[in-house]
Ligand binder design. Sequence first.
Ligand code: CMC
Length: 395
Amino acid sequence: MTVCEYRPGLEGVPATQSSISYVDGQNGILEYRGIRIDKLAKHSTFLETSYLLIWGQLPTQDELDEFEHEIRYHRRLKYRIRDMMKCFPESGHPMDALQACAAALGLFYSRRALEDPAYIRAAVVRLLAKIPTMVAAFQLMRKGNDPVQPRDDLDYSANFLYMLNEREPDPLAAMIFDVCLNLHAEHTINASTFSAMVTASTLTDPYAVVASAVGTLAGPLHGGANEEVIMMLEEIGSVENVEPYLDKCLENKSKIMGFGHRVYKVKDPRATILQELAEKLFEKFGRDHYYDIAVELERLVEAKLGHKGIYPNVDFYSGLVYSKLGIPTDLFTPVFAIARVAGWLAHWKEQLEANRIFRPTQIYTGIHNAPYIPRGERQTAEGEPVVPELVASNP
Ligand code: CMC
C-alpha cells in the first residue's frame, strides 16, 4: 500500500470513484452524469434531474410520470411526525428540526433491505417527497399555525412554495425555484456528501444517511454560508460601505461569505446562473438594493482577491433569489438540503453498489506508554491539584 502524506481537509485526496458528477474548477464546469449544469438548468425539472442523478440516465416520459406520481402520493407526513414537530422549540434552527425529522423517518419506516431495489426506490421517493413538507411544516408550526397540506395538482416546486407561503406561487417564481433546486442537487464529494457516504458505508438506513448529511450541511463553511451572505449584505447596508467593509475583512483576515471554493478557482457556474435568475426576478417583482451591494462586492473581491482564485460560489446569489421568493433567511440551508437530498441519495446508492466501510488511517501525534497517575495526585494543566470532590462527583 502507498503511504500518502497527510493533507488537512483531505484536499486533493481521492476518497472514492464516482460517475455521478464532475467539476472542472479551473474552467468553471459542472456536469451531472456528463450533462452540463447550464443545459439541465434550462431544460430539466428538478425531479427529472434527481432521477438522472440517482438512476444514471434521464427518465423517459413514462418513467418520469411514474416517479412524479409516486412522489406526489408520498408528500404527506404522518400525524405522529407532525405531533413530534409540535414539540420542537420555535426558537430552534430549522436545520436542527430537519435533521431530527429526517432521522425520525427511520423510526416510522424501519424495515431495512438494502439489497432490495423496491426498498431503495421507496426510500428515495419518501425522502424526496417528505423533506420539503417537513421544512414548510416547521416554518408554519413555529409561527403557531397548522401546517398546510400538500396539493396534488401542483408540481414539486410550486407545491413547496405553496405550503411555505400559504398561497399558490407565481409561475415564474415556481420555475426559478425549481432551477435553484437543480443547481444545488449535487456537487461531487463535498462535506455533506462525504458524510452521507461514510454513514452509508456502515450499511445503516437511508434516513440516518440523510440525517448525518443534513447535520454536516448546516455548518457556516458549507450550506450555512448562504444565510451568512444575507447577514453580511445587511451589515454592509449600502454600496458606499462595500469597500471599507471589504478592506476591514482583509485586514482582519476574515472570510467573505459566499466567496471562495476548494475546487473552483473561477466564478462558480451555478453563481452565474443564479445571478441571471435574480435579475429575472427583480425585473418582474422589483429590484432589491442588496443586489447592488452584492454586485459591487463581487467587483471589488475580484479586483483584490481574484489572483488567489477567490470568486463567488453558489451561496453568494442564492440568498438574494430565495429572499425574493419569500423564503425566510434561516430556511435557506434547509432549502439547500431539499435539493441536495437528490445528490446524497445518488451517492448512497452508488456506495451500496460497491461498498467497503470507510476506515481511513491517522497520524498519531500523542505520547506512548504514559504512566497512570492515581486520582488524588493528578494536577491540572496549570499545575493546580484537581479538586477531589469534583473528580468523585464526575466519575
Ligand atoms: N474570503 C477571503 N479570503 C478567502 C476566502 C474568502 N471567502 N476563501 C478563501 N480565502 C483565502 C484564504 O484566506 C486563504 O488565503 P491564504 O492562502 O493567503 O491564507 C486562501 O484563500 C485559501 O483558503 P482556504 O480557507 O484554505 O480554502 P479552503 O479550500 O480550505 O476553503 C471555503 C474553502 C469554501 C471553506 C472557503 O473559501 C470559505 O471559507 N469561504 C467562505 C464560506 C463560504 O462561502 N462557504 C460556501 C462554500 S461553497 C458551497 C458549499 O460548500 O456549501
